[in-house]
Design a protein around this ligand. Structure first.
Ligand code: ADP
Ligand code: MN
Ligand code: MN
Ligand code: MN
Length: 345
């Protein structure tokens, strides 16, 4: 038997953006455990804004697990928060009720800032560094500093070793700003992996004395870049049947549901989706081929393949909840008769 360190990870009750929480329990197994081997566990909901009435016990239900490469015999256990009966999802548990379909693929591009001493990593104590331009995909100390790339590489290795479908990294437009991409088949799979990737990044940077700033416009109303989490999506129907008529019907449905999308695309998005800096205004839907100033960018390949493939919704932001983002996209797709996909959880 081996003693495994099980890190139970969940989303707390803070709004509009939940925090990741985690605690460890040690259990003996003869080999790396299956998900079904992982027991329910509990925590004190009164400390996480998840207490209901007099009973503050909440239940943690394991829903996905990954090897934890940073620990000997470690397991990262993604959990849903349940009521004390262990069966009813807690109100903060959005994952329990989202739409899912393994034929729906999602690629999330997570942008974020490294922060140290209350400012982006590499910013001087007063004022600003040289203006944006050379930082995006940049190389060299004056562009990326001495430590950011090391962290980004370590994070990439942790994700890959955990079996997370991490697809790539790049330095972003602002100094101290980076991006990584996670791809998954199904809303739950893609979103679970995004939350675990965020967890690994937050935990990794503790030892560097660096925070991750996920806010979508941390430098406010300036020319400094905001952070998005573009959601690339395709359904089986979009990939194999598609067509211009279906695409146009789909876009009409997205246009009809601006409010529903913006509601789950992350807080303060009006600060970021201004119509400037390669964004479309948050309250006006648009789409365009290779248009990075549109709400939805249509890749050249999509049009060249007869309106088949994936689309990029550029509106979700860096603080958005990937469970709810994916679910809303599926809901909108499902309202278009041909190619409806979403199934209730
Ligand atoms: P850009 O920065 O040009 O917008 P990225 O390379 O950062 O593009 O991100 C593109 C994303 O699209 C990746 O996360 C990738 O996994 C995703 N993607 C590619 N093909 C599909 C597909 N068929 N369905 C859903 N997502 C896809
Ligand atoms: Mn990208
Ligand atoms: Mn980007
Ligand atoms: Mn993008």
């Amino acid at each position: 038997m081996t003693k495994y360190k099980l890190e139970y990870i969940w989303l707390d009750g803070y709004t509009p953006v939940p925090n990741l929480r985690g605690k460890t329990q040690i259990k003996e197994f003869s080999a790396f455990p299956d998900l079904a081997d992982l027991p329910l566990w509990g925590f004190d909901g009164s400390s996480t804004l998840q207490a209901e009435g007099h009973s503050s016990d909440c239940v943690l239900k394991p829903v996905a697990h990954y090897p934890d490469p940073a620990r000997t015999n470690g397991v990262l256990v993604m959990c849903e928060v349940m009521m004390p009966d262990g069966k009813t999802p807690h109100v903060s548990n959005k994952r329990a009720t989202i739409l899912d379909d393994t034929g729906a693929w999602f690629g999330f591009e997570q942008e974020y800032f490294f922060y140290k001493n209350g400012r982006p990593l590499g910013f001087p104590e007063a004022g600003y560094p040289a203006p944006q331009g050379p930082y995006y995909t940049g190389v060299g100390y004056k562009n990326v500093g001495e430590i950011a790339r090391q962290i980004v590489e370590e994070h990439l290795d942790l994700c890959l070793a955990a079996g997370i479908n991490h697809e790539g990294i790049n330095a972003e437009v602002a100094k101290g700003q980076w991006e990584f991409q996670i791809f998954g088949k199904g809303s739950k799979k893609a979103a679970d992996e995004m939350w675990i990737a965020r967890y690994l990044l937050l935990r990794l940077t503790e030892k560097y004395g660096i925070d991750i700033e996920f806010h979508c416009k941390p430098l406010g109303d300036t020319d400094w870049n905001g952070s998005g989490m573009h959601a690339n999506f395709s359904t089986e129907y979009m990939r194999t049947v598609g067509g211009k008529e279906y695409f146009e019907a789909l876009m009409k449905e997205f246009d009809k549901n601006i409010q529903e999308h913006i509601a789950v695309y992350g807080p303060d998005n009006h600060m970021r989706l201004t119509g400037k800096h390669e964004t479309a205004p948050w309250n006006k839907f648009s789409y365009g081929v290779a248009d990075r100033g549109a709400s939805i960018r249509v890749p050249h390949s999509f049009v060249n393949n007869g309106y088949k493939g994936y689309l990029e919704d550029r509106r979700p932001n860096s603080q958005g909840d990937p469970y709810q983002i994916a679910s809303q996209i599926l809901k909108t797709i499902s309202a278009v008769p041909a190619g409806a996909v979403a199934k209730a959880a």
